[in-house]
Design a protein around this ligand. Sequence first.
Ligand SMILES: [Fe+2]
Ligand SMILES: [Fe+2]
Length: 192
Amino acid sequence: MTEQEMIEKLSFTLKPSRFKHSLGVRDTAVLLAKHYGADCEKARLAGLLHDCAKNMAFEDSIKYCRENHYRLKEVCFFEPTLIHAPLGSLMAQREYGVTDPEVLDAIYYHTTGHENMPLLTKIIYLADTIEPNRTQAGVEQLRVTAFESLDEALIRAIDATVRHIINKGGILDTDTVAARNYLITERKNVEK
Ligand SMILES: [Fe+2]
Ligand SMILES: [Fe+2]
């Protein structure tokens, strides 16, 4: 499938604001990939498709996973917004013909992160948070930090997510905690 075909399919599948966000993440991911020496094409593809499952209804998501014998982590059933990331990875494969495991992993982990993330996954996580359509408090500073220190920006982005989840009384995915702990341990090792 060409990028143009993917864009067309996304424009039918996603709400307009989500579609715009996807293009923003694609472009920001490419800028970060260029800056940090990652593969720009992979960043472009993962950025474009990362939310491809975002506007699927909960029941349809569960049905789609079941039909494809795709096991979801238990936390997804308590925090349904988490489903679109693993489901997006499956759909990128089945509906958009993506086969690259690095791209599929970056999509899979774009909401939670995980321990010791590869560069591409870090880039997609951060691009999702700082793309030009985002307006949350502190995003402008985070955009600057993202190009100075990827890991520092990631820690701040994860902290903001964790605070948000705690404030609304939600459940933290253990991968998010592991992602954060790993990055902070690394930072402490550098400081030593
Ligand atoms: Fe997402
Ligand atoms: Fe997103």
